[in-house]
Design a protein around this ligand. Structure first.
Ligand code: SF4
Length: 163
């Protein structure tokens, strides 16, 4: 893929415009619960932790599905759900190492970012540019991995705090 989604938690205010924009473009509704991007909010310091499919090489979600309902496009990394095979058990939700998957509030099928076919709507609506759609270079890829590690660490800390 020529571009990638770069997510910088340090710029995220947790406003959820990205989730709203996502649900609007996917379902014609303003509902962050239907967004393919999740925002975990730390209210006291107005920090948001964006979680979204990373189109990762390891794709444990695909392997975890005993019904073979998930498939991955090798060129783009985008995951597709076969609704006829999916039984909404949520094993993919638990398997995702980036905490990016959740089930749709009505259909109960997992939702995956499809990068809007190469022009992600979320990136266009993130005012502080915490999400950007940028050219994929070796340096940008290194930055993406570094930023992702920081987000995962923060996510785990916030979850621990919440227990
Ligand atoms: S739109 Fe940007 S700042 Fe707002 S929650 Fe999403 S990533 Fe964070």
């Amino acid at each position: 893929m020529e571009n990638l989604l770069l997510v910088d938690m340090d710029k995220c205010t947790g406003c959820k415009q990205c989730s709203l924009a996502c649900s609007l473009t996917k379902e014609d509704l303003f509902d962050p619960a239907r967004g393919r991007i999740k925002i975990l909010k730390k209210e006291d310091i107005a920090l948001g932790v964006p979680l979204v499919c990373e189109q990762c090489e390891t794709h444990p979600c695909v392997e975890s599905c005993q019904n073979n309902a998930l498939s991955r496009d090798d060129a783009t990394g985008i995951i597709t759900v076969d609704d006829n095979l999916c039984t909404s058990q949520g094993t993919c939700v638990d398997a995702c190492i980036y905490y990016a998957i959740r089930l749709h509030p009505e259909s109960k099928k997992p939702m995956f970012c499809d990068l809007c076919g190469g022009d992600p709507y979320c990136a266009k609506h993130c005012v502080p540019e915490a999400i950007t759609w940028v050219e994929n270079t070796d340096d940008v890829l290194k930055t993406k991995k570094k930023l992702r590690s920081a987000r995962m660490a923060m996510y785990r800390d916030l979850k621990k705090e919440a227990v």
